[in-house]
Write a protein that binds this ligand. Structure first.
Ligand code: HEC
Ligand code: HEC
Length: 237
């Protein structure tokens, strides 16, 4: 009798641990750290990327309607974390999940190769923008919200931080960011950073649109951009 109750308590603790880890933001995952420690192979990166290009496009630019995010030029650390989270079911992405699995693309070396390749791709010079142009009152309001609530993590120009796994959000599509931001605020994106969730919990839908509008208009440094919006990725000619 006594023994059984110990077993069930241990069982309960294990369940709590597992469900707790599903919400952990930056808990060490073997796969993520291993992928980041490996030397990337460009040729294999291109090969693996073919699968991804079906949705993210060969340029990695995603789509303006927000269905697919731009991933070109993102920090490699962020790409590895997001990919590992999706593989582990820590971020829901039913569309992409089957293509992200080890059976489809391979283990940590393949992750290292493909994410390094994506991080080196030039970004779309014509990302999807919000409705309020720079100088309008709504843009001004978004700028203020951004400075007060976002700069400390995403940086003054939305450049993020490779070292801290904070995503680059400059140059991202407005409609994609709006969806992610809302999911993060409302607790639907399980791998979200708890400090960000806390920071934005009182944002109204209007605050959200204004701040994301501001982000969508931030200028990306020229050297990170493709020469024109008609550029095509020569690795896939
Ligand atoms: C069948 C379509 C599809 C395929 C194939 C696909 N993705 Fe995705 N991917 C998506 C969608 C949709 C999202 C956005 C999901 C959301 O809204 O949360 C996404 C999101 C991502 C993100 C997160 C981006 C961010 O800004 O947080 C990364 C990283 C990513 N994909 C990398 C890859 C890689 C690497 C591959 C190839 C191994 C790949 N994807 C293949 C559809 C796809
Ligand atoms: C405490 C740090 C922190 C603060 C403050 C913060 N963020 Fe974030 N943000 C993050 C992290 C970390 C992620 C990625 C979480 C993950 O791993 O999924 C993220 C993700 C995002 C994403 C999704 C990016 C993508 O590619 O999917 C958007 C959009 C975003 N933040 C916008 C904002 C805006 C706008 C503000 C201010 C109103 C803000 N964030 C405040 C840390 C922060």
């Amino acid at each position: 009798m006594k023994k059984r109750s110990i077993v069930s308590i241990t069982g309960l603790a294990a369940v709590m641990l597992v469900s707790g880890s599903a919400f952990a933001w930056l808990e060490k995952t073997g796969e993520r750290d291993e992928a980041l420690s490996l030397k990337p192979n460009r040729e294999n990166g291109i090969e693996v990327y073919e699968v991804c290009a079906a949705c993210h496009l060969t340029e990695g630019w995603g789509t303006k309607d927000g269905t697919f995010p731009q991933i070109a030029g993102q920090h490699q650390t962020v790409l590895v974390k997001q990919l590992a989270d999706i593989r582990e079911g820590n971020r829901d992405n039913p569309t992409m999940y089957p293509f992200a699995k080890p059976e489809s693309i391979g283990g940590p070396q393949a992750m290292a190769d493909v994410t390094h390749y994506i991080s080196q791709l030039p970004m779309n010079p014509d990302n999807g923008k919000g409705p309020w142009e720079p100088g309008t009152p709504e843009w001004e309001r978004g700028k203020k919200l951004f400075e007060e609530n976002c700069v400390k993590c995403h940086g003054e120009h939305g450049e993020g931080s490779a070292e801290k796994f904070y995503p680059k959000i400059q140059g991202q599509h407005y409609l994609y960011m709006l969806r992610q931001f809302e999911w993060i605020r409302d607790g639907k994106r399980r791998n979200a950073n708890p400090e960000m969730v806390e920071q934005i919990k009182n944002f109204t839908d209007e605050d959200m649109k204004h701040v994301i509008n501001y982000v969508s208009w931030i200028k990306v440094p020229k050297e990170d951009l493709a020469p024109s919006k008609d550029w095509t990725n020569p690795d896939f000619d």
